[in-house]
Design a binder for this molecule. Structure first.
Ligand SMILES: Nc1ncnc2c1ncn2[C@@H]1O[C@H](COP(=O)(O)OP(=O)(O)OP(=O)(O)O)[C@@H](O)[C@H]1O
Length: 288
Protein backbone atom coordinates (compact mmCIF):
# COMPACT_ATOMS: atom_id res chain seq x y z
CA UNK A 1 0.00 0.00 0.00
CA UNK A 2 1.25 3.48 -0.85
CA UNK A 3 2.29 5.63 2.11
CA UNK A 4 0.96 8.76 0.40
CA UNK A 5 -1.72 8.47 -2.27
CA UNK A 6 -2.93 11.63 -4.02
CA UNK A 7 -5.43 11.57 -6.88
CA UNK A 8 -6.35 14.49 -9.07
CA UNK A 9 -5.02 17.30 -6.89
CA UNK A 10 -6.12 20.77 -7.98
CA UNK A 11 -4.92 24.01 -6.37
CA UNK A 12 -6.37 27.33 -7.44
CA UNK A 13 -5.39 30.75 -6.09
CA UNK A 14 -7.69 33.75 -5.93
CA UNK A 15 -5.67 36.56 -7.50
CA UNK A 16 -6.48 40.15 -8.51
CA UNK A 17 -6.54 38.92 -12.12
CA UNK A 18 -8.99 36.11 -11.29
CA UNK A 19 -8.51 32.46 -10.35
CA UNK A 20 -5.12 30.96 -11.17
CA UNK A 21 -4.72 27.18 -11.35
CA UNK A 22 -1.22 26.35 -10.06
CA UNK A 23 -1.77 22.57 -9.86
CA UNK A 24 -4.04 20.96 -12.40
CA UNK A 25 -5.03 17.38 -11.69
CA UNK A 26 -1.78 15.88 -10.37
CA UNK A 27 -1.82 12.31 -9.02
CA UNK A 28 1.06 10.69 -7.19
CA UNK A 29 1.86 7.82 -4.91
CA UNK A 30 4.89 7.24 -2.71
CA UNK A 31 5.66 3.90 -1.12
CA UNK A 32 7.34 3.47 2.27
CA UNK A 33 11.14 3.88 1.94
CA UNK A 34 10.85 5.09 -1.65
CA UNK A 35 12.58 8.18 -3.07
CA UNK A 36 10.32 10.06 -5.49
CA UNK A 37 11.65 13.11 -7.32
CA UNK A 38 9.29 15.78 -8.62
CA UNK A 39 11.15 17.70 -11.27
CA UNK A 40 10.16 20.70 -13.35
CA UNK A 41 11.07 24.28 -14.06
CA UNK A 42 10.25 27.19 -11.79
CA UNK A 43 6.49 27.77 -11.49
CA UNK A 44 5.48 24.23 -12.48
CA UNK A 45 3.60 23.78 -9.20
CA UNK A 46 6.03 21.43 -7.44
CA UNK A 47 6.12 23.32 -4.13
CA UNK A 48 2.43 24.21 -4.18
CA UNK A 49 1.45 20.52 -4.56
CA UNK A 50 3.45 19.56 -1.47
CA UNK A 51 2.40 22.62 0.55
CA UNK A 52 -1.18 21.52 -0.17
CA UNK A 53 -0.40 18.14 1.40
CA UNK A 54 1.14 19.87 4.43
CA UNK A 55 -1.84 22.25 4.72
CA UNK A 56 0.56 25.19 4.56
CA UNK A 57 -1.00 27.22 1.73
CA UNK A 58 -2.50 30.67 2.38
CA UNK A 59 -6.28 31.14 2.60
CA UNK A 60 -6.37 32.37 -1.01
CA UNK A 61 -5.68 28.77 -2.14
CA UNK A 62 -8.55 26.40 -2.90
CA UNK A 63 -7.41 22.79 -2.64
CA UNK A 64 -9.39 19.82 -3.93
CA UNK A 65 -8.51 16.19 -4.54
CA UNK A 66 -10.35 12.98 -5.26
CA UNK A 67 -8.12 11.31 -2.71
CA UNK A 68 -5.38 12.39 -0.31
CA UNK A 69 -4.53 9.50 1.95
CA UNK A 70 -1.46 9.28 4.19
CA UNK A 71 -0.68 5.98 5.88
CA UNK A 72 -4.29 4.83 5.55
CA UNK A 73 -5.77 8.11 6.87
CA UNK A 74 -7.88 10.45 4.73
CA UNK A 75 -6.26 13.89 5.01
CA UNK A 76 -9.14 15.67 3.28
CA UNK A 77 -11.59 14.43 5.91
CA UNK A 78 -9.52 15.06 9.06
CA UNK A 79 -9.80 18.15 11.28
CA UNK A 80 -7.11 20.85 11.34
CA UNK A 81 -6.05 19.58 14.79
CA UNK A 82 -5.61 16.00 13.59
CA UNK A 83 -3.60 17.23 10.61
CA UNK A 84 -1.34 19.31 12.88
CA UNK A 85 -0.50 16.18 14.86
CA UNK A 86 0.68 14.45 11.66
CA UNK A 87 2.51 17.40 10.09
CA UNK A 88 5.98 17.84 11.54
CA UNK A 89 5.75 14.44 13.20
CA UNK A 90 4.91 11.81 10.58
CA UNK A 91 5.41 14.06 7.55
CA UNK A 92 8.20 16.62 7.77
CA UNK A 93 9.36 19.17 5.21
CA UNK A 94 12.56 21.09 4.63
CA UNK A 95 12.81 24.14 2.42
CA UNK A 96 15.11 25.90 0.00
CA UNK A 97 16.15 28.78 2.30
CA UNK A 98 17.35 27.20 5.55
CA UNK A 99 18.26 30.50 7.21
CA UNK A 100 14.85 32.00 6.44
CA UNK A 101 13.12 28.81 7.62
CA UNK A 102 14.54 29.13 11.13
CA UNK A 103 13.26 31.74 13.58
CA UNK A 104 16.05 34.34 14.04
CA UNK A 105 14.89 35.18 17.59
CA UNK A 106 15.49 31.75 19.16
CA UNK A 107 18.51 29.50 19.53
CA UNK A 108 18.58 26.40 17.33
CA UNK A 109 18.42 24.28 20.48
CA UNK A 110 15.16 25.92 21.56
CA UNK A 111 13.67 25.40 18.09
CA UNK A 112 14.56 21.71 17.95
CA UNK A 113 13.36 21.17 21.53
CA UNK A 114 10.07 22.90 20.75
CA UNK A 115 9.31 20.22 18.11
CA UNK A 116 10.11 17.52 20.69
CA UNK A 117 7.92 19.20 23.32
CA UNK A 118 4.94 19.77 20.99
CA UNK A 119 4.85 16.37 19.30
CA UNK A 120 6.38 14.00 21.84
CA UNK A 121 5.86 15.81 25.16
CA UNK A 122 9.43 15.07 26.29
CA UNK A 123 10.67 16.64 29.53
CA UNK A 124 13.46 19.26 29.56
CA UNK A 125 16.38 16.86 30.11
CA UNK A 126 15.18 14.32 27.51
CA UNK A 127 14.63 17.15 25.00
CA UNK A 128 18.19 18.43 25.46
CA UNK A 129 19.67 14.90 25.17
CA UNK A 130 17.66 14.15 22.04
CA UNK A 131 18.59 17.55 20.50
CA UNK A 132 22.31 16.77 21.02
CA UNK A 133 21.77 13.33 19.48
CA UNK A 134 19.99 14.87 16.46
CA UNK A 135 22.72 17.47 15.84
CA UNK A 136 25.29 14.68 16.06
CA UNK A 137 23.36 12.64 13.46
CA UNK A 138 23.35 15.54 11.00
CA UNK A 139 27.08 16.10 11.42
CA UNK A 140 27.27 19.34 13.45
CA UNK A 141 30.54 19.44 15.39
CA UNK A 142 30.43 20.23 19.13
CA UNK A 143 26.64 19.74 19.18
CA UNK A 144 26.00 20.55 22.85
CA UNK A 145 27.58 24.00 22.46
CA UNK A 146 25.95 24.65 19.05
CA UNK A 147 22.49 24.25 20.59
CA UNK A 148 23.02 27.70 22.11
CA UNK A 149 23.75 29.35 18.74
CA UNK A 150 21.29 31.59 16.93
CA UNK A 151 20.67 30.91 13.22
CA UNK A 152 22.67 34.00 12.14
CA UNK A 153 25.73 32.54 13.88
CA UNK A 154 25.66 29.49 11.58
CA UNK A 155 26.42 29.04 7.88
CA UNK A 156 23.72 28.20 5.32
CA UNK A 157 24.87 24.57 5.19
CA UNK A 158 24.78 24.29 9.01
CA UNK A 159 21.30 25.84 9.12
CA UNK A 160 20.12 23.25 6.58
CA UNK A 161 21.60 20.53 8.82
CA UNK A 162 19.61 22.00 11.73
CA UNK A 163 16.44 22.00 9.59
CA UNK A 164 17.10 18.35 8.75
CA UNK A 165 17.61 17.60 12.47
CA UNK A 166 14.25 19.25 13.25
CA UNK A 167 12.58 17.32 10.45
CA UNK A 168 13.99 14.04 11.77
CA UNK A 169 13.16 14.81 15.40
CA UNK A 170 10.07 12.59 15.51
CA UNK A 171 11.29 9.90 13.07
CA UNK A 172 8.89 10.87 10.23
CA UNK A 173 7.60 8.27 7.78
CA UNK A 174 7.84 10.80 4.95
CA UNK A 175 10.28 13.66 4.42
CA UNK A 176 9.55 16.26 1.75
CA UNK A 177 12.69 18.13 0.69
CA UNK A 178 11.86 21.22 -1.40
CA UNK A 179 14.98 22.21 -3.35
CA UNK A 180 17.08 21.50 -0.23
CA UNK A 181 20.41 22.39 -1.82
CA UNK A 182 19.53 25.17 -4.28
CA UNK A 183 20.46 28.06 -1.97
CA UNK A 184 23.77 26.52 -0.87
CA UNK A 185 27.35 26.71 -2.21
CA UNK A 186 28.15 23.99 -4.72
CA UNK A 187 30.58 22.18 -2.40
CA UNK A 188 28.02 22.15 0.42
CA UNK A 189 25.21 20.97 -1.92
CA UNK A 190 26.84 17.59 -2.38
CA UNK A 191 27.39 17.14 1.39
CA UNK A 192 23.75 17.93 2.18
CA UNK A 193 22.46 15.59 -0.56
CA UNK A 194 24.72 12.79 0.70
CA UNK A 195 23.52 13.41 4.26
CA UNK A 196 19.86 13.29 3.19
CA UNK A 197 20.35 10.03 1.30
CA UNK A 198 22.28 8.47 4.19
CA UNK A 199 19.56 9.44 6.71
CA UNK A 200 16.79 8.27 4.35
CA UNK A 201 18.40 4.83 4.18
CA UNK A 202 19.19 4.66 7.92
CA UNK A 203 15.74 5.79 9.06
CA UNK A 204 13.87 3.90 6.33
CA UNK A 205 11.73 6.92 5.50
CA UNK A 206 10.12 7.77 2.20
CA UNK A 207 11.52 10.91 0.59
CA UNK A 208 9.95 13.30 -1.92
CA UNK A 209 12.72 15.35 -3.48
CA UNK A 210 11.49 18.50 -5.22
CA UNK A 211 14.07 19.80 -7.64
CA UNK A 212 14.65 21.50 -10.98
CA UNK A 213 18.00 19.72 -11.26
CA UNK A 214 18.20 16.54 -13.33
CA UNK A 215 21.59 15.76 -11.74
CA UNK A 216 19.90 15.62 -8.31
CA UNK A 217 17.20 13.36 -9.79
CA UNK A 218 19.79 10.97 -11.22
CA UNK A 219 21.69 10.80 -7.92
CA UNK A 220 18.76 10.33 -5.58
CA UNK A 221 15.50 9.08 -7.08
CA UNK A 222 13.93 5.66 -7.54
CA UNK A 223 11.01 7.16 -9.45
CA UNK A 224 10.40 10.54 -11.08
CA UNK A 225 7.41 12.73 -11.84
CA UNK A 226 7.98 15.47 -14.41
CA UNK A 227 5.69 18.44 -13.90
CA UNK A 228 5.07 21.40 -16.19
CA UNK A 229 2.67 24.32 -15.64
CA UNK A 230 0.81 22.48 -12.92
CA UNK A 231 0.36 19.24 -14.88
CA UNK A 232 2.08 15.91 -14.73
CA UNK A 233 3.92 15.34 -17.99
CA UNK A 234 5.46 11.99 -17.23
CA UNK A 235 6.07 9.46 -14.50
CA UNK A 236 8.69 6.73 -14.74
CA UNK A 237 11.41 4.94 -12.85
CA UNK A 238 14.61 6.90 -12.99
CA UNK A 239 16.45 4.75 -15.54
CA UNK A 240 13.55 4.66 -17.99
CA UNK A 241 13.15 8.42 -17.73
CA UNK A 242 16.74 9.10 -18.71
CA UNK A 243 16.98 6.31 -21.29
CA UNK A 244 13.58 6.45 -22.91
CA UNK A 245 11.61 9.63 -22.07
CA UNK A 246 8.02 9.44 -23.32
CA UNK A 247 6.91 13.07 -23.17
CA UNK A 248 8.33 15.68 -25.54
CA UNK A 249 8.67 18.02 -22.54
CA UNK A 250 10.91 15.52 -20.72
CA UNK A 251 12.95 15.15 -23.91
CA UNK A 252 13.27 18.96 -24.12
CA UNK A 253 14.37 19.12 -20.45
CA UNK A 254 16.99 16.41 -20.97
CA UNK A 255 18.32 17.94 -24.18
CA UNK A 256 18.81 21.24 -22.30
CA UNK A 257 21.35 19.60 -19.96
CA UNK A 258 24.85 20.95 -20.60
CA UNK A 259 26.25 17.44 -21.10
CA UNK A 260 23.76 16.86 -23.93
CA UNK A 261 24.68 20.02 -25.84
CA UNK A 262 25.89 19.27 -29.34
CA UNK A 263 26.59 22.80 -30.62
CA UNK A 264 27.82 26.06 -29.06
CA UNK A 265 24.44 26.88 -27.62
CA UNK A 266 22.11 24.95 -25.37
CA UNK A 267 18.67 24.28 -26.85
CA UNK A 268 15.91 26.35 -25.21
CA UNK A 269 12.55 25.01 -24.07
CA UNK A 270 9.76 26.69 -26.02
CA UNK A 271 7.51 27.17 -22.98
CA UNK A 272 4.05 26.84 -24.50
CA UNK A 273 1.71 24.33 -22.96
CA UNK A 274 0.26 23.42 -26.35
CA UNK A 275 3.71 22.35 -27.52
CA UNK A 276 4.00 19.64 -24.90
CA UNK A 277 1.99 16.51 -24.45
CA UNK A 278 1.90 14.36 -21.35
CA UNK A 279 3.14 10.80 -21.76
CA UNK A 280 0.13 8.48 -22.29
CA UNK A 281 0.54 7.03 -18.77
CA UNK A 282 0.85 10.41 -16.99
CA UNK A 283 -2.80 11.32 -16.57
CA UNK A 284 -4.22 8.42 -14.62
CA UNK A 285 -4.22 8.10 -10.88
CA UNK A 286 -2.27 4.86 -10.70
CA UNK A 287 1.43 4.92 -11.41
CA UNK A 288 2.72 3.28 -14.59
N1 LIG B 1 0.12 32.47 -2.77
C1 LIG B 1 0.09 32.42 -4.11
N2 LIG B 1 -0.79 33.19 -4.80
C2 LIG B 1 -0.84 33.15 -6.17
N3 LIG B 1 -0.05 32.36 -6.92
C3 LIG B 1 0.85 31.59 -6.29
C4 LIG B 1 0.97 31.57 -4.85
N4 LIG B 1 1.95 30.69 -4.52
C5 LIG B 1 2.42 30.19 -5.68
N5 LIG B 1 1.77 30.72 -6.73
C6 LIG B 1 1.99 30.43 -8.15
O1 LIG B 1 1.79 29.03 -8.36
C7 LIG B 1 2.68 28.59 -9.39
C8 LIG B 1 3.42 27.37 -8.92
O2 LIG B 1 4.35 27.78 -7.90
P1 LIG B 1 5.36 26.78 -7.20
O3 LIG B 1 6.07 27.55 -6.13
O4 LIG B 1 4.67 25.54 -6.83
O5 LIG B 1 6.37 26.47 -8.38
P2 LIG B 1 7.63 25.53 -8.34
O6 LIG B 1 7.47 24.57 -9.45
O7 LIG B 1 7.82 24.97 -6.98
O8 LIG B 1 8.79 26.54 -8.70
P3 LIG B 1 9.93 27.15 -7.75
O9 LIG B 1 11.02 26.15 -7.78
O10 LIG B 1 10.30 28.42 -8.43
O11 LIG B 1 9.29 27.34 -6.39
C9 LIG B 1 3.58 29.75 -9.76
O12 LIG B 1 3.11 30.35 -10.94
C10 LIG B 1 3.44 30.69 -8.58
O13 LIG B 1 3.59 32.03 -8.96
Amino acid sequence: MALLDIRNLVVEFDTAAGPFRAVDGVSLQVDPREVLAIVGESGSGKSVSMLAVMGLLPWTAKVSAERMVFDGRDMMAMSAGERRRIIGKEIAMIFQEPIASLNPCFTVGFQIEEVLRFHLGLDKKSRRDRAVELLTQVGIPDPAARLNAFPHQMSGGQCQRVMIAMALACNPKLLIADEPTTALDVTIQKQILDLLMQLQAEHGMALIMITHNMGVVAETADRVIVQYKGRKMEEADVLSLFENPQSNYTRALLSALPENATGDRLPTIAGLMEDFTPAPSAGEGARP
